[in-house]
Structures are given as C-alpha cells and as structure tokens.
Design a protein around this ligand. Structure first.
Ligand code: XMP
Length: 532
C-alpha cells in the first residue's frame, strides 16, 4: 500500500487515482496525522512508500503544514510533489524561496523540463531528447515557491529555465521530489513516473483490483456504521445505485433506500429499479409514488428555473417525510463521487454564473441531523462503473446515460402535464431502443454506446400533418444526442440518417399525439445539452 499525505492540493485525489490505475492500493491521510497512528499504519498495513501531495501554502511562512518528521525516518521511499517537494527540502535542511524574493513571477501551466534520465524515477521515460542529449519531459507546473538549495545527499534530477531545481533525488535514502505535477494528464509521462515510483522504487506488486475495493469499503462501512440504521435516496442513476449495492453488501438490512418516483422518470423506470433492488438484490426499498403530488405543484408553472426549484423542494419534503418514519436512522448515505466533491468545492466562487441550478438527489438539507455516509467519495465515474460491475449490477444499468434529477420536467418545455410526460416517455423509449439496436459497423459498438447522452424532448407546439387520408394537428418531438467527455462542452452526434429515419417513423406511427420529429443539431456551447 502507498500512503498519500494530503497538504490540501486540489488534485490529491488524482494521485490516488493514478496509483490505483497502476493496480496498487493507496490511502490518503491528512498531513498532520499523529505520529503514533502513522507508525501503526506503516507497521500493520504493509505500507511500502509515501507520497507528499501539493498544497496551497508556502513553507517560507512559519506556521504552515509540514510532514511528520517520522516520514523521513521510516526507511521507506518518499516522493514529494510540488508543495511536498518544498516541505521535504525545507525539513531536510535545504532552502525554499518565494517567487517574489527571487524577482520572478509565479509559474502556471505547461513547461518543458530538462531531466536526468538515469535516476530510478525517470529512467527511460523521457518525451524526447534534445540535440545536446538532454532528456525533455513535457509537464504541468503550478507553483510560486521554488527549492533554491537542495538538502545534503540530494542530487539534481530535473530543471527548467525558470526553476533550476525542478526535481531532486537522494537515491540512497530513496527520497524523490518533483516540482511539477505527475498526477495530471497534462504531464505526458506522469502515469509512467508514478508507476516507476510505486512499482520499481517502492516494489509494490501491481495486483490490486476493483474487487479488492469492495472488501475494504465493506470493512470501513461496517466499522463506521456499527449497528445504526442508514437511509439512502435511490434515484436509479449509476452513483446512487452503486452506493446502495455497496452499502447493502456491507450492512444488509440496516440499509433502507427511499426511491421517490416523481412521475417524470423514463418509461418503466420505477418498475426496473424495484425489480433490480428489491427483487434481485433483496435491498429494502420504499417506493414513494408521488406523481400526483409533483404534478399538482408543477401545474401552471412554465419557467424552467421555477420548475427545477419546485421539484428540488418537493423532493426534499417527500424524502424527509419518508425518512422520518425510519426509526433509529443515524446515517444518510449518498452516492457522492469525487467530481461532485470538486464541483461543490468550486461553488460560490466569485464571478461564476448560475447557468442552471442543478438539483441532485444528493442535494439534501443539513438539518436532517444525520451523519453522512459517502463510500464513493474518492472515486471517479469510470471507477464507480467498474465497481458497479464488480458488485454484480447489470451492465445496462451501470453504463446508462446520465439522467437529470428533475427528470422529464426539463425535457417538456414550459408547463409540465401528465399526458405530455406519457407521450414523451414512449417517444424516448423508442429512440433509446433504436440506438441500442443499431450497431456502427466501423467500431462494432451500438449508437447508444457511441453517444454520451441521448433523449427525446417534448415541444408543446402543434404542427399540421397528414396521415392516411386525414389531416393531423399534433405535437412535435425533438431528438437530442450528444458526444462529450465531461458534459461541459458537447458535440451533437452525427447519427446515421437511416437510424434517424427509423426512429421518426416509429415515433409518429406508434405514439398517437406526435406527428413530427426533428433532430437537434446544436453544440454546447452555445446550446446546453438539456433544453431547459
Ligand atoms: P446541460 O443541460 O447543463 O447539462 O448542458 C449537462 C449535464 O447535466 C445534466 N443535468 C442535470 N443533472 N440535475 C442533474 O442531476 C439537474 O438539475 C441537471 N440539469 C442538467 C444533463 O442531463 C447533462 O448530462
């Protein structure tokens, strides 16, 4: 196992992720972990190396974070990254100076580092060699302070024009440090560097798998929860589903899921969630059918933000009323994943605009007096999916496109009506079915898997058509399909015309009330993925 001591960097979790990617277990602890506890962990948990993360402070100021002195006396390899390098230098007798005192500006972004390829950390992993024979690494830098004198025993491992000591190594004690960030993808060889550290220098065997995560997480959840009862808001989405399956694996019937069906879910979704969790997995699920209640509150409301707020508020109310019935509930479990943690940390930043007020099942109020249980907090989406598969959830569920908390309410433009929702559910199901059934010959994948999100949108405008011998005057459905990595920007998907044609035919023939289907060819930006 690798220990990561966190000095407060935004990207500490990325270090953990890269270590997991190299099939080695890692665990993050705060930098000020008690020395007694640290030596216990090192002794009992087969710790083979320590990584010191970056952080926002400056070691040049007196009262800033330092690694426990013990870290450097354990005989274990240590890798310092950014602030971790600076504190290592300072604590071992070197010198660190601020950019101001050196008369330089701070350095953010891409840099080319001249590196010595023969240190064990960088051996054989240069991006390219210069004519003079220097190895060059393309890296990401983000720092103000720099190490200006190395501690005794260290030799220079890397440098840039603006940062002469960008990497240092004491091969005897196995202490390594880099000013740049190997954990971010902009550092081209970053993964290779971290792998060198954990596999070669720390001699960790690459045998950790997602399956191992389950047993660790199960043990942690059991220890945390004891004999208390836990409530979880199940939405049918990937994150809450995986969290439910994991927690159920740990504590069985001490978990109660509350599934609030606001009537704005995809076709048959309620039945599918109950089938999966209650019948197949044997999880206790309360299925709250609140369609009437939500529709009542939404009647006459057509402003998108207003609709979102009403649904968010109503959701919390229903959820709270149900949870209050569960005696002895002490914990609220949520499927919070790492990008959510980052996103909410970034909220409230000055100058950021609210484009849409996102409501999530996770957005529950603090006044429920429940402790939070968030077993997926450290994982990235693709890892959550892998975990879901390892827990035995079906692939179709784990690799499902995302679905927004307010559901079809943001896909029925303007006022939400029950019969609009029913038309939309059927049109949407046809679209999804055809996407799943149409295989792209060049990739062998279905168009469902080739798109990141796809759905139908109900437009409450009528247009004229002709069916058989008769004139029709009915509603319009728009199809939306996008490809994106992060949902921040997106391209509309170039679906095959035959596929679009088939979907259009089926919707118009099978869904009475729709006589026209259009395809949305707007990118994000300037459009958003959802229509509201
Ligand atoms: P937009 O429409 O903002 O959507 O381009 C980006 C992604 O966010 C999803 N989305 C939501 N998810 N609650 C959610 O849980 C919401 O209120 C919400 N609004 C949008 C959207 O489906 C897309 O994946």
């Amino acid at each position: 196992k690798i220990l990561i001591l966190d000095f407060g960097s935004q990207v500490t979790q990325l270090i953990a992720r890269r270590v997991r990617d190299s099939k080695v277990l890692s665990e993050i602890y705060p930098y000020d972990i008690d020395e007694g506890r640290l030596s216990q962990i090192v002794k009992n948990e087969n710790v083979k190396g320590i990584i010191l993360s970056g952080g926002p402070s400056s070691v040049t100021e007196g009262d800033t974070p330092r690694a426990p002195a013990l870290v450097f006396n354990l005989g274990l390899p240590v890798l310092g990254i950014c602030y971790g390098m600076q504190t290592m230098a300072e604590q071992l007798g070197g010198q660190v100076q601020t950019a101001e005192s050196l008369g330089k500006s701070r350095e953010f972004g891409y840099a080319e580092v001249r590196a010595r390829g023969h240190t064990p950390l960088l051996n054989g992993i240069m991006d390219f060699e210069t004519l003079e024979g220097h190895g060059i690494l393309k890296v990401w830098m983000s720092h103000g302070d720099s190490v200006t004198a190395m501690p005794e025993g260290f030799k220079l491992m890397a440098s840039t024009d603006s940062c002469p000591i960008a990497g240092m190594a004491d091969e005897v004690r196995q202490f390594y440090a880099v000013q740049f960030h190997p954990e971010v993808t902009h550092t081209v060889q970053g993964t290779a560097i971290l792998e060198k550290f954990v596999h070669d220098i720390c001699a960790c065997r690459p045998d950790w798998e997602m399956g191992d995560y389950i047993s660790e997480a199960v043990a942690t959840i059991k220890a945390q929860v004891g004999s208390d009862e836990v409530i979880l808001g199940l939405s049918g989405g990937v994150d809450s589903s995986v969290a439910a399956a994991l927690i159920h694996r740990a504590i069985g019937n001490q978990l109660t899921c509350v599934f609030v069906d606001h009537g704005l879910l995809r076709l048959n979704e309620g039945q599918m969630v109950m089938e999966m969790f209650a019948n197949n997995l044997g999880v206790k699920v309360i299925h709250v059918q609140a369609e009437e209640q939500f529709m009542g509150k939404l009647a006459g409301v057509s402003d998108p933000e207003q609709k979102r707020k009403i649904i968010g508020r109503e959701f919390v109310e229903v959820f709270q009323a149900e949870s209050a019935k569960i005696e002895n509930a002490k914990w609220l479990a949520q499927g919070t994943i790492y990008p959510d943690v980052i996103e909410s940390a970034g909220k409230g930043k000055k100058g950021a605009h609210t484009i849409k007020s996102h409501h999530n099942v996770g957005g529950l109020p603090d006044d429920m007096h429940l402790k939070l249980l968030e077993p997926l907090r450290e994982l990235f989406k693709d890892e959550v999916r892998e975990l879901g598969i390892a827990l035995g959830l079906p692939k179709e569920m784990v690799y499902r496109h995302p679905f927004p908390g307010p559901g079809l309410a943001v896909r029925i433009l303007g006022e939400v009506k029950q019969d609009f929702a029913h038309l939309l559910q059927r049109a949407d199901a046809i679209f999804i079915e055809e996407l799943r059934n149409t295989i792209d010959p060049s990739t062998g994948k279905s168009w469902y898997d080739l798109t990141s999100q796809a759905f139908a949108v109900f437009l409450p405008v009528k247009s004229v058509g002709v069916m058989g011998d008769g004139r029709t005057y009915e509603y319009v459905v728009a199809l939306r399909a996008v490809q994106t990595l992060d949902f921040m920007t997106a391209h509309w998907a170039h679906l095959p015309h035959e596929l679009l044609g088939k979907v259009s035919n089926r919707i118009i023939n099978e869904v009475r009330g729709i006589n026209r289907v259009v395809y949305d060819i707007s990118g994000k930006p300037p459009a958003t993925i959802e229509w509201e």
